[in-house]
Design a protein around this ligand. Structure first.
Ligand SMILES: NC(=O)c1ccc[n+]([C@@H]2O[C@H](COP(=O)([O-])OP(=O)(O)OC[C@H]3O[C@@H](n4cnc5c(N)ncnc54)[C@H](OP(=O)(O)O)[C@@H]3O)[C@@H](O)[C@H]2O)c1
Length: 287
């Protein structure tokens, strides 16, 4: 597996496995075990997904030593106040059944991010977390956090897929030595992404699938990708992306698909923020 060195020196696999919306714990554990068998070692969960325990259980029962894995979890916004972040970190460790978490992210730039960040810095010093980062943070929010704290985010996990490529944010992360990690690399299938003509043409050129082309496009741009699937064949398919190369022309064809618009939510939209804080999923009913 190709790895990327984060700004604190630790190595992160460039391809991983996400478990958002895999709410049933048995299904989640089975999917993670299948992914481990397929070769994945990076797993992306979150307190908000309520499946940290299933990820931890699959890793524990794999028979593979803990240090071969890279576990990511995320602090939810309602756990950012007072002493809640410390408690939330300890809760994640308990649920994941591990002594340390490789990467811990502030899930969204809402609530008391500064308080959460300082608790996460303390947890790094205590050996509970190896790297800390943010998710869905814009350049101004990352800059503000960096200027007033000791540790810089190692990762900014953001939406990146052919429909919403976020070039300015990816470029900002790159220039600040913050690793971009792409959530929803397939835009969860929205706008018929898997049958898009341009992507299908490129896939046919390489006898690969559209999903593999999208992941390859991200990998060639130096981005970490964490596709989700609960199907054995797709889990294996999404991992088989290191035996082909997209040409510059193909990379440009994909770049031209950018619509500069999220199919999910805009973290700057006050209505979306209210929906998220009240426990809803903005854009959840869009196809
Ligand atoms: N930080 C954040 O705010 C945030 C937000 C969203 C997601 N995430 C993270 O990013 C991960 C990935 O994003 P996501 O789960 O939202 O969406 P995604 O990975 O873009 O898409 C997942 C969807 O694509 C389908 N799929 C997967 N592989 C396929 C293939 N090869 N061919 C056809 N269909 C395929 C899956 O169906 P099946 O499962 O039925 O195969 C599922 O419906 C999440 O699991 C989570 O870890 C983070």
């Amino acid at each position: 597996m190709k790895t990327i060195k984060l700004n604190n020196g630790i190595e992160m696999p460039q391809l991983g496995f996400g478990v958002f919306q895999v709410d049933d714990l048995i299904t989640c554990q089975r999917a993670v075990s299948t992914a481990i068998d397929a070769g994945y070692r990076l797993f992306d969960t979150a307190q908000a997904y309520q499946n940290e325990s299933a990820v931890g259980q699959a890793i524990k029962t794999s028979g593979i030593s803990r240090d071969k894995f890279f576990i990511t979890s995320k602090l939810w916004i309602t756990n950012t106040l007072g002493t809640d972040p410390e408690k939330a970190i300890d809760h994640s460790l308990h649920e994941l059944n591990t002594d340390y978490i490789d990467l811990y992210l502030i899930h969204m730039p809402f609530g008391d991010s500064f308080n959460a960040w300082r608790a996460m810095e303390t947890a790094v010093k205590a050996g509970k977390i190896r790297a800390i980062g943010v998710s869905n943070f814009s350049p101004d929010q990352v800059t503000n956090l960096m200027l007033f704290n000791e540790l810089k985010p190692a990762v900014n996990q953001i939406e990146v897929n052919p429909w919403n490529q976020q070039p300015a944010l990816v470029d900002f992360n790159y220039k600040n030595n913050i690793q971009t990690e792409a959530w929803a690399p397939f835009a969860e299938g929205k706008q018929n992404i898997f049958t898009n003509p341009a992507l299908t043409t490129i896939a046919d050129n390489h006898r690969k699938t559209v999903g593999q082309v999208i992941l390859r496009w991200l990998i060639q741009r130096g981005i970490v990708a964490i596709p989700k699937s609960v199907h054995t064949q797709r889990i294996a398919e999404n991992f088989a992306i290191f035996d082909f190369h997209l040409s510059n022309e193909e990379m440009t064809m994909i770049q031209q698909l950018n619509q500069n618009h999220s199919e999910f939510f805009d973290p700057h939209d006050p209505e979306a923020i209210k929906t998220i804080v009240s426990g809803g999923r903005p854009g959840a009913n869009k196809n």
